[in-house]
Ligand binder design. Structure first.
Ligand SMILES: [Cu+2]
Length: 195
């Protein structure tokens, strides 16, 4: 069948088919529901975490992260520094084509302020295997409060397509048991603080 123009040129004044109308209404109501629940899930679903964001110059941010990594580096893994920041302190991570840098070593049960920014394009911070996702933009420094509730090895992947090396863009966070005192209540995964 060939594609031909509609018989009546003013096709948009034709009455809408009943089934089509039903689907339009369903889609519209679903859109409204999702719109409202994007906000509601912030409070009831431990999603859509609140964060601070500040404007930052990418090269200034790079300097901050490098200074942080130099100060707290404990070892190196395949050329990437493993950084163990002060308990409860500020932690800096940067995204660039194509890595999350540096590797972090955090303590379970301790709150950190995690700073995130990109040096080039937009990237997606996705913490595995937990469900924490943050859009990382160049020019903005995002800060989230985070308290690891489970020890182990966590991966960071980029979930925003950022070019040919996107699939290789990974990072790592180690969470160790608290050294000073044992017996922290066990939880599941890494949860943003204050939940
Ligand atoms: Cu990326």
């Amino acid at each position: 069948m060939a594609v031909t123009p509609p018989e009546r040129r003013i096709w948009w004044n034709e009455p809408i088919e009943r089934v089509e109308l039903v689907w339009i209404v369903i889609a519209f109501l679903w859109g409204l529901f999702m719109f409202v629940f994007m906000i509601a899930w912030h409070f009831i679903g431990q999603q859509n975490l609140s964060k601070e964001a500040y404007r930052v110059n990418p090269s200034a941010y790079e300097e901050k992260v490098e200074g942080f990594a130099k100060k707290f580096q404990v070892r190196e893994e395949q050329g990437v520094p493993v950084v163990k920041p002060q308990a409860g302190g500020d932690v800096y991570v940067l995204a660039r084509l194509w890595q999350w840098w540096p590797i972090l070593e955090l303590e379970k049960g301790v709150s950190y302020r995690i700073h995130l920014s990109s040096l080039d394009w937009q990237h997606g911070f996705s913490l595995q295997p937990t469900n924490i996702n943050i859009q990382v933009h160049p020019g903005y420094e995002h800060i989230i409060s985070l308290t690891p509730t489970q020890s182990g090895e966590f991966g960071i992947v980029c979930n925003e397509f950022c070019g040919i090396g996107h699939h290789t863009m990974t990072g790592k966070i180690y969470v160790t048991e608290k050294q000073a005192q044992a017996g922290q209540p066990a939880g599941a995964g890494l949860n943003p603080a204050g939940r």
